[in-house]
Design a protein around this ligand. Structure first.
Ligand code: RIB
Ligand code: CA
Length: 314
């Protein structure tokens, strides 16, 4: 089976961490690089978290720290959701390796240049690094096969009534990505708010018993804490849906739509606006994920946790 070459770019973040556990366990994916962005926490904290996650799961791919903050806007961070560290909860190993000496854009460009085939980007935080890559290396656009991202929502936001966090943090970057012409699969809130992992599912994962499974269960418990206070029945593991779209698209319902990003406005800045009725005359630029088989999604996470029972930890 031919593996899909991917680059993970995220702001871990509990759900980024779980998405990376899922990606690293999949025999379908070949992780060519890991890069970090400023989002859930500062770039320093997300980078430290990313190195510890990669150490825990034995992912020793080329690694680079991303830009300090959004292209234009001031950073917004989310300590209420992910804690002061950005990945509060279970104790994690100290990093077993150092980042490459490259910045994220340089590393991503190097991977794209050296790859024999186009590479899929899997951003699960603000799209700052992706936009910066497109701006600095327009000649490499043809080496990007697909962008499977977590971000946006065509019906509602979560950080403002109109905007989802990842898009709102860097709307100028998101606009560049959605206007790039590169095939995009968008795991927005329309589906990720249905990608709920319930407390009984945490126990299924914990019962797998290996060190990674136990940490994932504790990440889920911490992440659920904020959402339980908002009345959720489970933890919405947003970012893992962007990975599920690559390894198990059959559990998802998608629709091709033209999506535009609003970068102005007091109320709608960061909104991802979908043209459901074709009134703009614009061709669809995004595969918008609208629904998910929740049970099958949870089963994916359980099977990913089981993968780490087979491998010797790093
Ligand atoms: O709105 C959810 C998104 O914002 C997720 O990617 C989460 O990790 C945060 O970055
Ligand atoms: Ca994220």
């Amino acid at each position: 089976m031919r593996k899909i070459p991917i680059i993970l770019d995220g702001d871990p973040g509990h759900d980024d961490a779980i998405a990376w556990v899922l990606a690293n366990a999949s025999p379908m994916l070949d992780i060519r690089a890991v890069t970090t962005c400023c989002g859930n926490q500062t770039i320093e904290k997300t980078t430290y978290n990313a190195l510890r996650i990669c150490t825990l799961i034995g992912l020793n791919a080329p690694f680079a720290k991303g830009r300090k903050g959004p292209l234009v806007a001031e950073p917004i961070i989310a300590p209420t959701v992910h804690g002061e560290s950005g990945l509060d909860g279970p104790k994690l190993p100290e990093p077993a390796f150092a980042p490459s000496g490259l910045d994220a854009v340089t590393l991503m460009a190097k991977v794209l240049k050296e790859s024999e085939e186009p590479v899929t980007l899997v951003p699960t935080g603000p799209l700052t690094n992706i936009a910066a890559l497109l701006a600095a290396h327009p000649e490499l656009k043809s080496k990007i096969a697909h962008i499977s991202l977590m971000g946006g929502g065509i019906d509602f936001g979560n950080w403002t009534p109109a905007a989802e966090f990842n898009i709102l943090v860097d709307p100028e970057a998101a606009k560049m990505v959605f206007e790039s012409g590169i095939p995009i699969t968008m795991a927005g809130l329309d589906v990720t708010e249905k990608a709920l992992v319930y407390p009984e599912d945490f126990e299924r994962i914990r019962a797998v018993g290996n060190p990674v499974a136990k940490v994932v269960a504790e990440w889920l418990e911490f992440f659920y804490g904020f959402h339980r206070s908002k009345g959720y029945p489970g933890a919405p593991v947003h970012d893992a849906v962007a990975v599920a779209a690559l390894i198990k698209p059959e559990i998802l319902t998608m629709r091709k739509l033209y999506v535009a990003v609003e970068t102005e406005g007091d109320y709608c800045k960061g909104a991802t606006i979908a043209d459901r009725f074709g009134v703009t005359g614009q061709a669809p630029n995004t595969n918008v994920i609208l629904d998910i088989d929740r049970e099958a999604f949870v089963q994916l996470l359980v099977e990913a946790a089981e993968h780490y029972s087979e491998e010797v930890q790093a």
